[in-house]
Design a protein around this ligand. Structure first.
Ligand code: PMP
Length: 427
């Protein structure tokens, strides 16, 4: 394979002609495929349908502590659900509150609460001149949307293969206006990498100037391995913070959205007692109790952490061939051409692709014109602005294998064409 940058103008023009012909043929097929969001596939959702048979009209709806899940009460969630999610995160159930069907609104509420009422007695952010947040990027677009929604200034923190650039993080937290950092520590969205032990150790030992600085640790993919024999591991952050006398510094979020049903699972916040007490103060105003029937359904279905792991093995059997197909296509079509790099995750929902500088938008547009929708380019950065126009999030979960084959091939074709056009601008 000759890297594209070594080709002369004539060769590039010839290549462009050939690729354009292929692209026009692909466009003629009238495709309509969506690879934009990390949604579980229908197969995965079907797999969990037996959960619907857990209850019948003559079922005992009390949990093992005698709580009638049909009635009000038990604000922090039934104990067995707190234990189930606590075990998943490696956290004591006493440090877990179980919320409703998804975690993003628990995160939103955490920011909203800090904004209107302040964290544990600190000045509410709405009264401050400036509030800033550290945003490791590429990252999860919906995190950035929350902070943008509250007018919080977002600061890009470059991601390395080990996690966020911690030298920068340690420097920025000296500014008292910096109130938090968004983290997806395991099988990150979109890179699929896991923070290293060293990054976690430094994160748990930050010395922020702001007393209300928190690490927003969104552990959405903590059990989402693709392989049995190759798995990333993540240190338990609450314990690490506690060992440093900084247990109030982290708020950890998770849900079963990609374990049971997306947006219809159970979610949780794991944190220090002091943080949980602060959260409960406003929770008592917000809600009388969450859906404990759904909590009990999850507990009876999964039983324990082994039940969750078993379920994740089944998810992996569906997800793994999709990841492998995309990765094989990228390697076969783009390997050695010097026009893109990509991550090779061992878990999670995404592959992160980086094109040559200034090409991502063009690739997105070409795919769109040919009927394939990708995640909006730029969305993986604060303010939807990718400074180098390189990053594209590939979400292989939702399409079928047949659809994915067509999509991945079209994607690589668009990468080649956009790269050739870019190179021709300067040759
Ligand atoms: N966090 C991350 C990192 C995610 O990728 C997602 C789903 N795409 C969520 C949170 C959303 O989770 P939930 O459905 O629990 O709100």
């Amino acid at each position: 394979m000759t890297p594209y940058c070594e080709l002369g103008r004539e060769e590039l023009l010839e290549l462009k002609k050939e690729l354009t012909q292929k692209y026009e043929d692909a466009k003629g097929k009238g495709l309509k495929l969506d690879m934009s969001r990390g949604k579980p596939s229908t197969d995965q959702l079907d797999m969990t349908m037996p959960m619907m048979d857990i209850f019948s009209s003559h079922c005992d709806m009390k949990d093992d502590q005698g709580v009638d899940t049909r009635n009000y009460g038990c604000l922090e969630g039934i104990y067995s659900a707190r234990k189930l999610l606590g075990d998943m995160l490696g956290v004591d159930p006493e440090h877990v509150i179980v919320f409703g069907t998804a975690s993003l609104n628990v995160m939103y509420d955490s920011i909203s609460r800090a904004y209107t009422h302040g964290i544990m007695g600190s000045t509410p952010w709405c009264r401050l001149e400036k509030v800033k947040f550290l945003c490791p990027a590429p990252g999860y677009d919906r995190h950035f949307s929350i902070t943008e929604h509250f007018g919080i200034e977002m600061i890009n923190i470059p991601m390395t293969m080990e996690g966020p650039d911690m030298d920068l993080v340690e420097e920025y937290v000296k500014d008292p206006a910096v109130k938090g950092i968004w983290c997806v520590p395991m099988y990150t969205n979109p890179m699929g990498i896991t923070y290293s032990e060293e990054v976690c150790r430094r994160m748990a030992d930050l010395s922020p100037a702001a007393e209300d600085f928190r690490v927003y640790w969104d552990n959405a993919y903590c059990v989402h391995h693709l392989y049995e024999d190759k798995q990333d591991t993540l240190p338990e952050i609450l314990g690490m913070c506690k060992a440093n006398g900084k247990e109030d510094m982290v708020l950890e979020f998770a849900s079963t959205s990609k374990i049971s049903f997306a947006g219809a699972g159970i979610s949780c916040l794991a944190a220090s007692k002091a943080n949980l007490d602060w959260v409960k103060k406003s929770m008592t105003i917000q809600i009388i109790s969450h859906d404990k029937i759904n909590q009990l359904r999850h507990v009876r279905y999964f039983k324990n952490l082994d039940g969750i792991k078993e379920q994740m093995r089944k998810h992996a059997n569906i997800m793994r061939p999709k990841f492998e197909l995309v990765l094989e296509t990228l390697e076969r079509e783009l390997g050695g051409l010097g026009i893109g790099t990509w991550t090779k995750p061992l878990g999670g929902y995404f592959i992160s692709f980086d094109s040559m500088e200034g090409c991502a938008k063009a690739i997105y547009n070409k795919c769109k014109e040919a009927g394939v929708t990708l995640t909006t380019v730029g969305a993986t950065y604060p303010y939807k602005k990718d400074p180098h126009d390189t990053n594209i999030r590939i979400a292989p979960s939702y399409p079928t294998l047949e659809e994915l084959k067509i999509t991945a091939e079209l994607f690589t074709l668009c990468v080649k064409l956009a790269s050739v056009e870019k190179l021709l601008e300067t040759k």
